[in-house]
Design a protein around this ligand. Sequence first.
Ligand code: PEP
Ligand code: MG
Length: 567
Amino acid sequence: MYEGRNVSEGIGIGTVVVVSDPDLSFEPHAVEDAAAEKERYQAALKVFCERTQQQADHMKETVGVAEAEIMAGHIILAQDPGMTDQINSMIDGGTCAEQALVETSTMFENMFKSMEDEMFQLRAADIADIRTGILAELLGVELVDLSMLPKDSVIVVHDLTPSMTATINKDHVAGVVTEVGGPTSHSAIIVRNAEIPAVFSVSNICAVLRDGMTAIVDGSKGVVIADPDADVLADYTVRAEAIRAEKSALEAFRGKETVTADGIKKILACNIGGPDDVAAALDHDAEAIGLFRSEFLFMESKELPSEEEQFQAYRKVASAMKGAPVIIRTLDVGGDKEIPYLHMQKEDNPFMGYRAVRYCIDNPDQYKVQLRALLRASAFGDVKIMIPLVTCVEEVRAVKALVAECKAELDDEGIKYNDEIEVGIMVETPAASLIADKLAQEADFFSIGTNDLIGYTMCADRGNDRIGNLYSVYYPAVLRSIKNIIENGVKAGIMVGMCGEAAADPLLEPLLIAWGLEEFSMSAPSVLRARKTISQWSKAEAEELAEKALVCATADEVKALLSEAAR
Ligand code: PEP
Ligand code: MG
């Protein structure tokens, strides 16, 4: 048995296919005709970009828009003038295209690697992937195409790059095992959304496994078993079948209302990154959109999206949801969400810096473009505005004043909008949690952002493995905070939802029911499972469990208690 990191749940059983790195060696040589060499480079770059665009289009169909954007981002990076200018000038100096590409891209890769931020680490991996693609084009080497693998293949590879992931035929791949990479890498995100069981960072696995061996990929535990004996294989086959059966049993919850065992109505919503994600939300039977991360619109654009562009995107979602609530979060820039053309200053502590609502209030003209687009879209459905990273009442008032200004402008221009549009907040900082009573008087709804709330409460960066043990929703400090937020929202009579990952945690859901959470917002594949869990708990039973959970002193005790009670 080989241990690694569990990056995508589920059990996959199949035949090993070891994917070797392509031979991209070459002899550096001096060039005399620099113009011809630059043309050769441009031709390779063009083919690379066209191929990557095809992969992005394919991914949009098969996995999702956010994943396709990762590939589209490769095209932008590959054409970045900083990199191409440097390559051209090296070729002008007599270096061959291959060498100019390798040296320049390695310099950029190392620069990104030296930066701590997780975004930059991802960028470094993207550059390495781009280098492989263009170099293969220059050398005429065929890269691995994972679309042709036979059914039930277990891919074993040193590093699964996003471009390799883009060629995967998910119906033929039982599992993926890599030697490097972690749960937050782009490839991990892609395999997770494609629902392929995967274990990453299993050291030396390419040397140990051979083509044709049988392997079990236990993506839930993060282990790989090679050539299992008959008992182990039988045991895992039963477990894999149970997972499949559970998935198909969940179909019974399709089209049903989301209610607790004692009939209390809840709302099951989805988190999306753009209009194209609505199809998956509806496909998985979501009743609302609990979080539209609008920053994706900004990230995929080369410049600030205009009011009209934003309006079209928001209207599309509002119309597709046919009157069901659509909560759109205003620009949550900064921290781990970088938008290059905003040229924001590098800060020592970006997660506590100039970001999200702080940036928006400080740039009111730019912010009003988004608020006007949201107001205009509110004429086409139940659009609600959500403010990210709130820490004080002043921020909510400042945003509401800007909304009022926009409304007055639209009135003057005779443009329609919903005058009753709700303006709510993400509660994702300890400060907001501590003044939840005050904020509930200002905001029309709360949505708890546990991804950030856990991090800020526990002072634990979610991307830092060394303190990964502290990044957990089960710590009493986090639970008390969540309880406080929900109870204050309920007391003030406003809707309280949760759009952080914890909303989809079956262990936590009874506690959320006990405290009165109304909306649970999550990624599309979790919706039916959450509807089932909610149906299994009455408020009284959930309250009994919550009381016990609040007495626990440690996260382990809480988790053990909730696991024991899980249905
Ligand atoms: C959160 O912080 O819980 C959240 C939903 O927002 P994001 O993950 O986009 O920061
Ligand atoms: Mg957040």
